[in-house]
Design a protein around this ligand. Structure first.
Ligand code: AMP
Ligand code: TRP
Length: 327
């Protein structure tokens, strides 16, 4: 039996290199050896205010990006969370098995709540419970995500164990899977912050649809550490981050890359890193632009995904409802 995997990303704008290196790269590597489900978590996106047209566009752009990056819709199930109503049904049920205290401890909630202050919603608070439902419905062995999602997967395991203890084996307890390198890609303008669209300025991240001149500019302006040695060491967090990106977009190991730049200083290193990123992004952007021009094809992929995901999710939901005594 192939291992089941499930992961998801919010449709909240173009993906950046952190998303690719921390999450999607592993998805791609796993698609042949596993039975994979990848979700566009649109109901998570509405935990903060969204413009309807932007959200609609972002959903389709994310679907196009999933395929452009190399996920093969014939091998994996690509679907939209709101298309499978079992997610919100199970989320309600799991709300009744989640404790206020454990949700209050979620760091992503604390950060987002601080940002939205009095307008922080209940949806933002129970966001991790919807994520637990996303995961548990599919009975996955592994959940490949970046490091910032580890706490949410741990919460998912706790909720699942609680339910299993009370009602007997119902959910598989999934393991989180982080990449060996790059589980936390840092911002280009501040290596103490993670690369993110919201936390830093545009200079801090490289979007997967940034044109070559923008990539070149952002890499050249990236913060470096004192000295001039290109080395991934603890007291060189900026260089370590740039080397992690370099190794992810090429077939070279960090050791090999360090060797290439002995005695060369940062200038050539940054220029060639930018070129490597541009080369890496070129085929992705070509495929992406082609798909964006064919919305009917994307629609077909999402329709097929909806069918497959609904069938699998319903089995778990029916089991849960039977155990609860509601069917
Ligand atoms: P988000 O864009 O925050 O919804 O994240 C989507 C996926 O990308 C999740 O699996 C995150 O853990 C991962 N991710 C986001 N930012 C980073 C980062 N800076 N480094 C590594 N992984 C990341
Ligand atoms: N919370 C995740 C993020 O912000 C997105 C997400 C929602 C997710 N549901 C999921 C990730 C299920 C993995 C599995 O990145």
């Amino acid at each position: 039996m192939k291992q089941r995997i499930l992961s998801g990303i919010q449709p909240s704008g173009a993906l950046h290199l952190g998303n690719y290196i921390g999450a999607i790269r592993q998805w791609k590597d796993l698609q042949d050896s596993s039975d994979a489900f990848f979700c566009i978590v649109d109901y998570h996106a509405i935990t903060v205010p969204q413009d309807p047209q932007d959200l609609y566009d972002n959903i389709h752009q994310l679907a196009a990006m999933y395929v452009a990056i190399g996920l093969d819709p014939n091998k994996v199930t690509l679907f939209k969370q709101s298309d499978v109503s079992a997610h919100t049904e199970l989320a309600w049920i799991l709300n009744c098995f989640s404790h206020m205290g454990e949700l209050e401890r979620m760091t992503q909630y604390k950060d987002k709540k601080a940002k939205h202050k009095q307008r922080s919603t209940v949806g933002l608070f129970t966001y991790p419970v919807l994520m637990a439902a996303d995961i548990l419905l599919y009975q996955p062995h592994l959940v490949p995500v970046g490091e910032d999602q580890k706490q949410h997967v741990e919460l998912t395991r706790n909720i699942a164990e609680r339910f299993n203890q009370r009602y007997g084996e119902t959910f598989r307890i999934p393991d989180v899977l982080h990449p060996k390198q790059g589980a936390r890609i840092m911002s280009l303008d501040d290596p103490t912050k993670k690369m993110s669209k919201s936390a830093t300025t545009e200079r801090g991240y490289i979007s997967l649809i940034d044109p070559p001149d923008v990539v070149m500019k952002k890499v050249k302006r990236a913060v470096t550490d004192s000295g001039d040695e290109v080395k991934a060491v603890a007291d060189k967090p900026a260089l370590t981050n740039l080397l992690t990106i370099y190794t992810a977009v090429t077939a070279k190991s960090i050791g090999e890359i360090e060797q290439l730049y002995v005695g060369q200083g940062y200038g050539r290193f940054k220029k060639e890193l930018a070129e490597a990123i541009i080369e890496f992004l070129r085929p992705i952007q070509e495929k992406y632009n082609e798909l964006i021009d064919h919305p009917a094809e994307l629609q077909k992929i999402l329709e097929a995904g909806k069918e497959k995901a609904s069938t699998v999710a319903q089995i778990t939901l029916d089991d849960v409802k039977t155990k609860l005594g509601v069917i």
